[in-house]
Design a protein around this ligand. Structure first.
Ligand SMILES: Cc1cc2nc3c(=O)[nH]c(=O)nc-3n(C[C@H](O)[C@H](O)[C@H](O)COP(=O)(O)O)c2cc1C
Length: 139
């Protein structure tokens, strides 16, 4: 079972999460797609493979009220896990690079390129998300 866990304020990253989940399912793996509001850190840490998504917020940061505290706690449990990162941004788009460094420093393995999409995913964006999900499933 692979977990896709995301934070999304206006739905763009949520749409990406669904596409990542679709790619995982298409690769023949079971998948759960959940908003961070609907999952505990322990539930998230039970997955060996995780696709984590968060919109670019603050100033090139993770959303700070809900996702950052969640991720901060999960970070200590990422060692040995296979991880991919995705999210939507508005004008910058560097937050995923910083986040990937955090994952690696925590001992997580980033197994596919980050997928950052400006605004809502179009057909090409959905294809990128599905490919990321497939790569995680096959990693
Ligand atoms: C409070 C706030 C802060 C934001 N900060 C950034 C930012 O630092 N860099 C950026 O590229 N986009 C920023 N954005 C734009 C969002 O990342 C963008 O609208 C994105 O598509 C939202 O995705 P969502 O629909 O999943 O919430 C910000 C948006 C809000 C509301």
């Amino acid at each position: 079972m692979i977990g896709v866990i995301y934070w999304s304020g206006t739905g763009n990253t949520a749409a990406m999460a669904e596409a990542v989940g679709k790619g995982i399912a298409a690769a023949g793996q079971d998948v759960v797609v959940k908003s961070v509001s609907d999952v505990t850190v322990d539930e998230a840490a039970a997955f060996d493979k995780l696709a984590l998504g968060c919109a670019d917020m603050g100033a090139e940061q993770l959303e700070d009220m809900e996702f950052e505290p969640f991720y901060n706690e999960l970070e200590g449990k990422l060692s040995g896990k296979k991880v991919v990162l995705f999210g939507s941004y508005g004008w910058g788009g560097t937050w995923l690079d910083d986040w990937a460094e955090r994952v690696k420093a925590a001992g997580g393995e980033i197994v596919a390129d980050n997928v950052a999409i400006l605004g809502a995913p179009d057909d090409d964006g959905n294809t990128q998300c599905e490919a990321q999900g497939k790569a995680l499933a096959e990693a």
